[in-house]
Write a protein that binds this ligand. Sequence first.
Ligand code: HEM
Length: 451
Amino acid sequence: MAWHGHRPVDFLGNARHCQPFRLVSRCVSTLPNPIPMNAPATQGTLMGKGLSTLWAPFSPANRLNPYPMYQALRELDPVHQLKTGDWVVSRYADVCTVLMDKRFDVIDMPSYFRYKTLEINDTVVDLYATYQASYNWLLYLRRPMHGRTREMVMKIWPTLNFADCVRTVLAELAGQMAQKAAIDLIDDFAKPLPVMVISRLMGFPETHLEELKYWGERLATVFEPMLSRNEMVEINQAAAAFLAFVDDCITAHEQKPADTMIGKLMAQRTVDGESIDRADLISLIANLFVAGEETTRNLIGNGFAALTAFPEQYERLRQQPELLKPAVEEMLRYDSPVQITSRMALEDAEVSGQLIRAGEQIYVCLGSADRDERQFDSPDQLDITRLKNKHLAFGYGSHFCLGASLARMQGMMAFQLLLDQFPTLRADLPNAVQRKNLLLRGFGTLPTVRV
Ligand code: HEM
């Protein structure tokens, strides 16, 4: 594996990550970027510029409940072209086609931040730390780099003891929740759970839990469309701080090897004398850290809200806990934590009779596919006994979620705990607040009541 000889190129044909790793200062660097500042940005999401009567994901009503919009798209224009030339694909079968067909591949989103600068109070602020943190994410790597990096992570995956870690964290959280008069299911349970689990698996020091929660949340929004300048700066600051933190953790592992995810990745990267460099490793660690947080949080938050909204389903689950597995799958389908992903056509390709030209971007609506009446009976109904449930909440094809088994385990063990130890807890839906995110759908706060 001559990794360095296979660096992918971005859309300008530049070798990716040709700069040596530059450990940025712990605040936003105001120094000029080492890359020419007038270099054009390659990709950023143009979603915000391509609204239409059918596609209005930013309207407050659609943010709150995008499912009627998806249904109209599926019905009236399932492969829908926007003014920007980009496409929105909403039916289950078409979503599968785009995710499986090799004529489509992922978009090199991180490169947008590589050249991006903002002028703030006469100072030029670069967003290079955001690029550094995200350029080696599996989600944004293409063949053959994607396969090699994924294989490296897959090798260590089965050696990690997920179940013990999840069990310990859940016991701690349950103990804290039991002391509380009022429980917010997000702040007290769904948010800390995946951060604590992945941090312990990684070997991150426990002392940084609050920062890790903040960094994870900021970094997870990095590819949301319509970020404000302030949000971009905040994300970049979080990226810079997180990069420095991970760099310190790697140094600590070098000084004192440990059998953690970081330790295993460090050992793995030099297997057979081949290596990826430190910067690649840090960005990959960022990927594994960020990818499983808000997603798992949304599974628990959205799932709990859905069970509350369908009380007969909650009652059935309470009486038949053996339904836990299909129930978690149904929660993933019913209100998918990841609503939208994107791809680009590498060559001209037809999807359901529409010609998508090379270079055009496609918004792939997983959340819509999972409510497609062509695939699921009564799709707007939460049915924990659903038998035919090949949902796309974890994606499909070569980028299928690498953490699906860990996510499912956390989901099942979390709901088992809620059923066993907090059986009267329900979501206080009128007082719940949805986050404004578009790609990752979930609650910011989810207060609870006892019934
Ligand atoms: C309920 C929780 C989760 C959901 C709904 C979810 C969803 C997804 C989806 C939809 C994709 C594919 C995106 C695409 O094709 O564009 C994906 C990829 C990925 N997920 Fe997850 N995920 C979850 C939890 C996790 C966890 C716990 C981890 C790891 C700790 C993780 C790590 C990854 C990685 C590394 C990828 C990229 C895989 C690749 O590109 O080869 N995810 N996830």
